[in-house]
Ligand binder design. Structure first.
Ligand SMILES: *Cc1c(COP(=O)(O)O)cnc(C)c1O
Length: 404
């Protein structure tokens, strides 16, 4: 006879990975609200609220702004498959696993994909894009704002400029950056921008907010053939999120409740205050890490992504053992490398609700204990002390939790 499987009781973790991040208790409460039908007039009104909130967070007036019912990778699919057609060429800036994924997905379309690469831990040189696109008709230039696999941020204005020169659309993956670092879709003239809910927004995983401007609407309207994906075809989905309210698929009602509350929290805090909090906490983390004699993977401080900090693993330490001990003894989860950085780096996420000074100080103290246990010599208390000084220098009291 099969044993009875027990009640679900997950551990309570401090999630300091590049997603999912911890969630505010208000988001859990919102998700436990009663289900309604997705065609219920009340739900249709609620969908409008979510679109309004998303426009404010993306900072856009775009009509087409809604959460794709899929994880961040579904956002990539929707973003690249909708504009691409047979005979098109596009450029994808590949400087890590997630931007590489954009190229891999675009290759499922009938279009030709030109990769412009950069070494891991570096940004793509706009000059290389210029050279790759010269004399060609390029449909879009696509890139990751924050490349989560290496902890690299790319400044968008340079890429917008090259895309303009090539007469191309600009597609930006902001899965790891929206609501964590400065981003303004309309001002930065991003044609298609998408994100994920489980990172700096701190909603549950499973949705990919997307926004597209009227220029892209025109491109999609002029398509000769249907989009090579039924589920991610934006046109029929917009009749669900738009005024017609046609059924396309059943959206994840409870996740949308959670997203609505998470977006409300983002806007209550204020985007600028939220960006500053992320910055302050990463500054303290980086100061602490360096004081412990560890080295960052991204050598140029200007290229470091505020939401994900990549740290080189010293040769004498075992990646898995360190992460396992952090989890077992402190309930702290950090990530290792992925793809080509596997075994080389740790990735520490400070995203959304997880970006708290209490988490930074706890993590630095925990890491010191773990490293000492595993035989590394380091100056006693240096990580925590340096982080505290960093907070003091930024004018913030230490014993303050999230969203203050
Ligand atoms: C996490 C992430 C993705 C993928 O999101 P999933 O929700 O795991 O599908 C894509 N791009 C970037 C930049 C990410 O950080």
């Amino acid at each position: 006879m099969k044993e009875i499987i027990g009640e679900l009781i997950p551990p309570t973790r401090v999630m300091m990975t590049p997603g999912p991040s911890c969630m505010d208790p208000r988001v859990y409460r919102a998700m436990s609200a009663p289900l309604v039908g997705h065609l219920d007039p009340w739900f249709l009104e609620m969908m409008n609220d979510v679109q309004v909130l998303l426009r404010r967070v993306f900072q856009t007036e775009n009509r087409i702004t809604y959460p794709v019912s899929a994880s961040g990778s579904g956002g990539i699919e929707a973003a690249v498959l909708n504009p691409l057609e047979e005979g098109d060429e596009c450029i994808v800036c590949a400087n890590g696993m997630f931007s590489e994924r954009m190229a891999v997905i675009a290759e499922r379309s009938p279009a030709k994909v030109i990769r412009v690469e950069a070494p891991l831990g570096r940004t793509v040189d706009p000059e290389d894009i210029r050279r790759a696109g010269k004399g060609k008709k390029i449909k879009f230039v696509g890139l990751a704002h924050g490349e989560t696999s290496t902890g690299v941020v790319q400044r968008l204005e340079n890429y917008r400029k090259v895309a303009d020169e090539l007469g191309a659309l600009l597609i930006v993956d902001t899965v790891a950056s929206l609501a964590g670092i400065p981003l303004n879709v309309d001002r930065e003239r991003i044609d298609i921008c998408f994100s994920g809910t489980q990172k700096a927004i701190s909603a549950p995983p499973g949705m990919a907010p997307i926004t597209i401007n009227s220029r892209v609407e025109d491109v999609i309207r002029a398509r000769k053939k249907k989009v090579e994906s039924w589920y991610f075809d934006i046109t029929p989905i917009m009749t669900m999120w738009g005024t017609e309210r046609n059924y396309h698929h059943t959206p994840p009602v409870s996740l949308i409740y959670g997203l609505r509350e998470a977006l409300r929290i983002v806007l209550e805090e204020g985007l600028e205050a939220r960006w500053e909090r992320h910055q302050r906490n990463q500054q303290a983390l980086v100061a602490g890490i360096e004081a412990m004699g560890l080295e960052l993977f991204v050598s140029d401080p200007a290229d470091r992504l505020v939401t994900v900090t990549a740290v080189k693993i010293p040769a004498e330490l075992e990646d898995r053992k360190v992460r396992q001990q952090l989890l077992d003894e402190f309930n702290i989860e950090i990530a290792g490398g992925i793809g080509k950085t596997k075994g080389q780096i740790w990735r520490i996420g400070l995203m959304g609700y997880s970006s708290q000074n209490t988490n930074v100080l706890l993590f630095l103290a925990a890491l010191e204990k773990v490293l000492l246990d595993q035989g590394r010599r380091l100056p006693a208390g240096a990580g925590v002390a340096t982080a505290i000084r960093s907070y003091q220098a930024s004018g913030q009291q230490v014993a303050v939790g999230a969203r203050k």
